[in-house]
Design a protein around this ligand. Structure first.
Ligand code: SUG
Length: 446
C-alpha cells in the first residue's frame, strides 16, 4: 500500500424486507422479547432505513445497499420434509409447525452488521479485502442467512475474497462485524483489528443469556483473513454486559479511527483490553479510549437507548467524528446529557446526529446494526457493483419500489397469509432488476 492511496469507509445497509415483523425470536435481546407480537410497519421500516442511507450519501460518505433475503425461506421447509407447491408447503408449514414458520419469515438480514466480518486490504497479508459471512448459528432465524449473504457480498464486491461461513456449530458461533472493530490512523494504512468474543467455544454454556460469539471463531477469521497477529487483538466481552442485554459487543462499544467508545462494563477485563490495543497500535497511532462510567450512564440506560449502537463516522472535511445515534438516545435523559457533555469537550467525538430507525430499534437493531462497514481504497470502491451504490437516483427507485410492494401494516396473524408470500417474492423479483443481481439470485427464482 503506497502512502498516496486514499481509502474511506463505506456503509452497506441491509434493505429491510417486506416481512419485517416482531417475532420475539432473539433470546437475550431485550427489545426483541419485549416487543414480540407488536404490529409492524414494513413500509415505514424500509423507508426509515433508506432515509438513513440517503443522509450518509448526502454527507459525502460512500453508501451501498444489501438486498433482503427470501422470506418465507422455503428451502428450509423442503429440507425438513415438506413437499408440494410453494403455496402448499407454506400453508402446511403454518398448520403444522407455526413456530418454525415464524423463524422462516424473519426479515433479520436487515441487520447487516451481522452479515460478515470485514478486513480491509491494508490489514491483510495478501493485500485483498476479505469478508467472512457470519454463520449466526446461535439463533435459528438467523442461521439461515449466511449462504444468501455470501451471494450478496460476492455480487457487491466481485474483487474481494469472500470466504465461506465458519462451520455452523456451537464451537464456531459467529455474529460477524457486530463483535469486531477496526482502529487506524489513515484508513489506507495498516490498522488494528479488535475481535470480541462472549465465550470459549469448548467451555460449557453459562446460565443466563446466550453468548453468541466464540473465541474460536474470532481466531479462525483472523487466520483466514491473513491478519498480522501483532496487529490483532482478541478479548472477552463481560458476562455482566451480556446479562444486561448486550447480545453483541456493538450494543456497548463502537470504534472508529483512533477512538474506542465503550461502556465501563463492556469488557471482562478493561485494563487488559486497553493494554493489548495500545501494544497492537504501537508505531501506527495512539489509541484514544472514551470510557463511559456506569455512574453516569447505567448500563441499563445504555442498552435501552442504544447509545453505543451508533455509527461513528468521519464526514469529509471534519477533524472530529460524528456519532449517528438513534432518537431513543436523545429521549433518554442520561444518554442525551452524556452526549451533550461529550461533544462540548475536545475529545474525538465532536457531534451527535439523531436518526429515526424506530421500526428496527423495536427488534434491537440500531443505526449501527443496519450497516456493514467496508473500508476500501478508491480503486476498490470503483470496482463495487455500481447498481448497489446508493445515490439520489437509487434512493428514489427503491423508495417507489417499496411503496409499490410493501404493506403499511403487518399484524402477527397476517404472516400466515399466502398473499404475503406472493407479494414478497414479486417485490424481490423486481429488486433483482434494480440492483442488477441477475434473475437467479433468490432460491424461488432458481
Ligand atoms: O440478532 N434481532 C436481531 C438484532 C441484531 C442487531 N445487530 C447488532 N447488534 N449488530 C438479533 O437479535 C429480532 C427478530 C425478532 O424477534 O423478530 C432479531 O433478530
Amino acid at each position: 500500500m503506497t502512502l498516496t492511496s486514499f481509502a474511506m469507509e463505506a456503509n452497506f445497509d441491509g434493505l429491510i424486507g417486506p416481512t419485517h415483523n416482531y417475532g420475539g425470536l432473539s433470546d437475550g435481546n431485550i427489545a426483541s422479547a419485549s416487543n414480540a407480537g407488536l404490529t409492524a410497519h414494513p413500509k415505514e421500516a424500509v423507508l426509515q432505513g433508506l432515509d438513513k442511507m440517503l443522509s450518509m450519501h448526502k454527507a459525502g460518505l460512500w453508501q451501498g445497499v444489501l438486498p433482503p433475503q427470501q422470506r418465507p425461506f422455503l428451502p428450509a421447509l423442503r429440507q425438513l420434509g415438506f413437499s408440494g407447491t410453494d403455496e402448499a408447503i407454506y400453508e402446511a408449514g403454518w398448520r403444522q409447525v407455526p413456530r418454525l414458520m415464524k423463524n422462516l419469515m424473519s426479515a433479520s438480514s436487515m441487520w447487516a452488521a451481522n452479515a460478515a466480518t470485514v478486513s480491509p486490504s491494508p490489514d491483510t497479508q495478501d493485500g485483498k479485502l476479505h469478508l467472512t459471512p457470519a454463520n449466526l448459528s446461535t439463533m435459528l432465524h438467523r442461521s439461515i442467512e449466511h449462504n444468501q449473504t455470501r451471494r450478496a457480498l460476492m455480487a457487491a464486491f466481485p474483487f474481494a475474497q469472500v470466504h465461506r461461513a465458519l462451520p455452523s456449530q456451537s464451537v464456531f458461533s459467529d455474529e460477524g462485524a457486530a463483535n469486531h472493530v477496526r482502529l487506524c490512523s489513515d484508513r489506507a494504512q495498516q490498522g488494528v483489528e479488535l475481535f470480541v468474543f462472549g465465550r470459549d467455544g469448548y467451555a460449557a454454556q453459562m446460565a443466563g443469556f446466550p453468548a453468541r460469539q466464540t473465541r474460536q471463531s474470532c481466531e479462525a477469521i483472523a487466520r483466514s483473513h491473513r491478519l498480522s497477529p501483532d496487529r490483532t487483538v482478541i478479548v472477552q466481552q463481560s458476562r455482566a454486559a451480556i446479562d444486561a442485554g448486550a447480545f453483541h459487543n456493538d450494543v456497548v462499544c463502537v470504534g472508529a479511527k483512533e477512538a474506542l467508545f465503550y461502556h465501563e462494563l463492556a469488557f471482562e477485563n478493561t485494563q487488559e483490553m486497553k493494554a493489548a490495543v495500545t501494544a497492537a497500535a504501537e508505531g501506527l497511532f495512539d489509541p484514544v479510549f472514551v470510557e463511559v462510567p456506569d455512574a453516569e450512564v447505567p448500563i441499563k440506560d445504555a442498552i435501552k437507548a442504544y447509545l453505543f449502537n451508533s455509527m461513528l463516522v468521519q464526514f469529509p472535511g471534519d477533524d472530529r467524528l460524528t456519532l449517528i445515534a438513534p432518537l431513543e438516545t436523545q429521549e433518554t435523559e442520561t444518554t442525551r446529557s452524556y452526549c451533550e457533555s461529550m461533544t462540548a469537550g475536545n475529545g474525538p467525538v465532536g457531534a451527535v446526529k439523531y436518526v429515526d430507525v424506530r421500526q428496527s430499534m423495536r427488534n434491537g437493531g440500531g443505526p449501527a446494526c443496519l450497516r456493514l462497514r467496508v473500508t476500501m481504497t478508491e480503486k476498490e470502491w470503483d470496482q463495487v457493483n455500481p447498481a448497489m451504490k446508493l445515490d439520489d437516483a437509487l434512493h428514489g427507485k427503491l423508495s417507489s419500489w417499496a411503496k409499490t410492494h410493501y404493506r403499511n401494516i403487518l399484524d402477527p396473524e397476517e404472516l400466515r397469509d399466502p398473499k404475503l408470500m406472493i407479494e414478497s417474492f414479486n417485490a424481490l423479483d423486481a429488486l433483482t432488476g434494480i440492483l442488477n443481481l441477475g434473475s437467479d439470485f433468490y432460491p424461488f427464482q432458481r
